[in-house]
Design a protein around this ligand. Structure first.
Ligand code: PLP
Length: 417
C-alpha cells in the first residue's frame, strides 16, 4: 500500500502543542511586541535542550539527590475506610496518594523551578522572577535561585502575603526579594501582571519562571514537560504496586500544573478516568469561586487562549477560594483542550468541602494536606463511593498544608462562631 492511500494516523492527545503553541484551538502567544523576542529565544533554547540527553540527566540527578524523587505512591487505608462507611459493600474504591508533599519545599512546584532554573543558566541569564499565590512557587523559585546562584524577585499579592506569611518568611530567608502587589484583587492574577511587566523591561538578563501551565507559548508546554515526571513515576509505581494502571486519577486545578503533571502520561490510556477539581469557593455566583473550566468561557488571559472567568465585556472576573493557590480566574490551555475533547472531566469542591477533607486527612492519615489538595481529596471520597471496591483512585497530593494551618484555624473558628 502506498503512503497516499493509507488512512492518515489520528494524532494522539499527547501530541500537542503544535509549532504555534496550539492545543487544539487553545493556547498560542498573545503578547506585546517586547516579549516576542524573549519567547522566541526560549523556544529555541528549549528545542535544543529537548533532545539533549545531558540536560535531562543533569535534571534527573537533581530530582533524585536534591528534590528527593521518586515520591511514594501510598495507600490511604483510613481515608478509604471513611469513604466506605455506610455504603453498599460492593462500592468504595481504594484511595491512593501520590505524595508530592514529600518533595523538597513541600509541593510539586520544585519539579518546574529546578528545570527552568537549569534553562536560565543555559541562556546565560543571572536573574529570575516569579509570581506566587500560595507562596509555594515563590519558595520553590527562591530555593532554585539559591541553589543555582541566581538573583530572585518574587511578585505576590498583598492579600496572599497576609494569608501565607510563613512562605513569605521562607522566601526572604532563602535570599529572595518579595515584592508586594497592591493592584486589583491583590492575589495571583495581579502578581502575574506585575511579573510580566517586569519581564518586558528586563528580558536581556532575566528569565520569568511561570509557576503553572499557563501564559504564552512555550510556557504551558515547558511547565507540563517538567511536571510530567509525576505521572511517569506514578505509572511505573502503579504497574509495580497494583499490577495495572489506576482506574481513576484525581487532581486539583488552579493553573493546572500538578494536574497536567500527573495526567499527561495517561491521556492516551483511555481506560484511566481523569478528573480535575476546581475551587468551588462559597457558591457558583460570579466572584464567589475560581472554577473557569466549570463556569467560564474561552478568552485571553496572560498571553494565551483558554477558559477564563470573565463578564460579558470580556473583563476578567473577581475570584474567590479559601486556598490561595487556586484563587485564579484562568487555567492552562491544555486543560481547555482536554475538556473540549471530553478526555478529562472537570468538577469542583467548595471551601467547606475542602476544609472537611483537610481535617479528615490530618486526623485519619496523619498527613496535613494543602488546602488546594484538599479539594481533590474531597472529590476522591465522593468518587470512591460510586466505583467498585476493587478499583483504585490515585489522588495527586500536590503539597503539604503547614502553610495553611493558620488560615484553616481561622476558617474553623468562623464556622463555629
Ligand atoms: C500552587 C499549588 C497548586 C495549584 O497550582 P497548579 O498549577 O494547579 O498545580 C495546587 N496545590 C499546591 C500544593 C500548590 O502549591
Amino acid at each position: 500500500m502506498s503512503n497516499e492511500t493509507q488512512t492518515p494516523r489520528v494524532p494522539l492527545l499527547s501530541e500537542v502543542p503544535d509549532a504555534a503553541g496550539r492545543f487544539g484551538e487553545f493556547g498560542g502567544a498573545y503578547v506585546p511586541e517586547t516579549l516576542v523576542a524573549a519567547l522566541e529565544q526560549l523556544i529555541e533554547v528549549y528545542d535544543r535542550v529537548r533532545g539533549e540527553e545531558r540536560f535531562w540527566e543533569e535534571l534527573r540527578a537533581l530530582l533524585t539527590t536534591y528534590v528527593g524523587r521518586p515520591t511514594p505512591l501510598y495507600f490511604a487505608q483510613r481515608l478509604t475506610r471513611h469513604a466506605r462507611k455506610g455504603i453498599d459493600r460492593s462500592k468504595g474504591a481504594e484511595i491512593w496518594l501520590k505524595r508530592e508533599d514529600l518533595a523538597h519545599t513541600g509541593a510539586h512546584k520544585i519539579n518546574n523551578t529546578i528545570g527552568q532554573g537549569l534553562l536560565t543558566k543555559r541562556m546565560g541569564k543571572r536573574r529570575i522572577i516569579a509570581e506566587t499565590g500560595a507562596g509555594q512557587h515563590g519558595v520553590a523559585s527562591a530555593t532554585a535561585a539559591a541553589f543555582l546562584g541566581l538573583e530572585c524577585d518574587v511578585y505576590m499579592g498583598s492579600e496572599d502575603v497576609r494569608r501565607q506569611s510563613l512562605n513569605v518568611t521562607r522566601m526572604k530567608m532563602l535570599g529572595a526579594n518579595v515584592i508586594e502587589v497592591n493592584s486589583g484583587s491583590r492575589t495571583l492574577k495581579d502578581a502575574t501582571n506585575e511579573a510580566m511587566r517586569d519581564w518586558m523591561g528586563s528580558v536581556e538578563h532575566t528569565h520569568y519562571i511561570i509557576g503553572s501551565v499557563v501564559g504564552p507559548h512555550p510556557f504551558p508546554m515547558i511547565v507540563r514537560d517538567f511536571q510530567s515526571i509525576i505521572g511517569r513515576e506514578c505509572k511505573g509505581q502503579a504497574i509495580r504496586q497494583f499490577g495495572k494502571l489506576p482506574d481513576a486519577i484525581v487532581a486539583c486545578v488552579g493553573g493546572g500544573s500538578n494536574a497536567a503533571g500527573i495526567f499527561y502520561d495517561f491521556v492516551d490510556d483511555k481506560g484511566v478516568k481523569l478528573v480535575g477539581v476546581e475551587a468551588g469557593g462559597r457558591s457558583s455566583d460570579p466572584g464567589q469561586h475560581a472554577a473557569p473550566l466549570s463556569l467560564g468561557s474561552p478568552g485571553i488571559l496572560h498571553g494565551s487562549l483558554s477558559y477564563v472567568l470573565q463578564d460579558s465585556n470580556g473583563q476578567t472576573s473577581d475570584v474567590h477560594s479559601c486556598s490561595a493557590g487556586l484563587d485564579y480566574p484562568g487555567v492552562g490551555p491544555e486543560h481547555s483542550f482536554w475538556k473540549d475533547a471530553g478526555r478529562v472531566e472537570y468538577t469542583s469542591a467548595t471551601d467547606e468541602e475542602a476544609l472537611d477533607a483537610f481535617l479528615l486527612t490530618a486526623r485519619s492519615e496523619g498527613i496535613i494536606p494543602a488546602l488546594e489538595t484538599s479539594h481533590a481529596i474531597s472529590h476522591a471520597i465522593k468518587l470512591s463511593q460510586t466505583l467498585p471496591s476493587e478499583e483504585r483512585i490515585v489522588v495527586n497530593l500536590s503539597g503539604r498544608g503547614d502553610k495553611d494551618v493558620e488560615e484553616a484555624t481561622r476558617l474553623l473558628a468562623k464556622r463555629q462562631g
